[in-house]
Design a protein. Structure first.
Lengths: 111, 117
């Protein structure tokens, strides 16, 4: 069964800093890897989706990379802002239905 | 992007009662909808997958008689928690997928916070 791990569990950075969130998965036979944002008590917002054949995806200040062979993905956030404070979840999709989620990294950007 | 709504956003009920949660895809037809549960400080765990017009597929350890799922149309799926108990208190999130499940992302609803007293 796919297991997804995210490190660190929590991270605090001063505003303006660049940061990297890590995600690892045990089964490299994935269709895609997604990064989501979750605000407290809210649902999920999809940030980036990387297909298994891709190496990275970019959206604004966000860049996600995927190394399938090593079972790793990273989410890079440039020039962090207080509004980026949230929990970031990665999820590996295996099969047509299954999204396996990590436990998330709770990010706090200090003004 | 596609919009998925959930209703209610928050519900408090007494132990032993049943609670129904609705999940709607507002601007697309969702052949498949998913129900997740999220306990505090834990990640989302898939409970069941529902396909329009057929019975839901439940994940191991999820009681199908307790968590009734109905997916009667391409835009609506419901989750009924029957005879709720305090341990059922959780954040329930649905998601909806389009036709191309492998390449399409799932679109998530805003979640429903269930508190059972």
């Amino acid at each position: 069964k796919q297991e997804v791990t995210q490190i660190p569990a929590a991270l605090s950075v001063p505003e303006g800093e660049n940061l990297v969130l890590n995600c690892s998965f045990t089964d490299s036979a994935i269709y895609n890897l997604q990064w989501f944002r979750q605000d407290p008590g809210k649902g999920l917002t999809s940030l980036l989706l990387i297909q298994s054949s891709q190496r990275e995806q970019t959206s604004g200040r966000l860049n996600a990379s995927l190394d399938k062979s090593s079972g790793r993905s990273t989410l890079y956030i440039a020039a962090s802002q207080p509004g980026d404070s949230a929990t970031y979840l990665c999820a590996a999709q295996t099969g047509a239905n299954n999204l396996f989620f990590g436990t998330g990294t709770r990010l706090t950007v200090i003004p | 992007g596609a919009v998925v709504s959930q209703h209610p956003s928050r519900v408090i009920c007494k132990s032993g009662t049943s609670v129904k949660i609705e999940c709607r895809s507002l601007d697309f037809q969702a052949t498949t909808m998913f129900w997740y549960r999220q306990f505090p400080k834990q990640s989302l765990m898939l409970m069941a997958t529902s396909n329009e017009g057929s019975k839901a597929t439940y994940e191991q350890g999820v009681e199908k008689d307790k968590f009734l799922i109905n997916h009667a149309s391409l835009t609506l799926s419901t989750l009924t928690v029957t005879s709720a108990h305090p341990e059922d208190s959780s954040f329930y999130i649905c998601s909806a997928g389009g036709q191309r499940m492998i390449t399409d992302t799932q679109y998530f609803g805003p979640g429903t916070r269930l508190t059972v007293l």
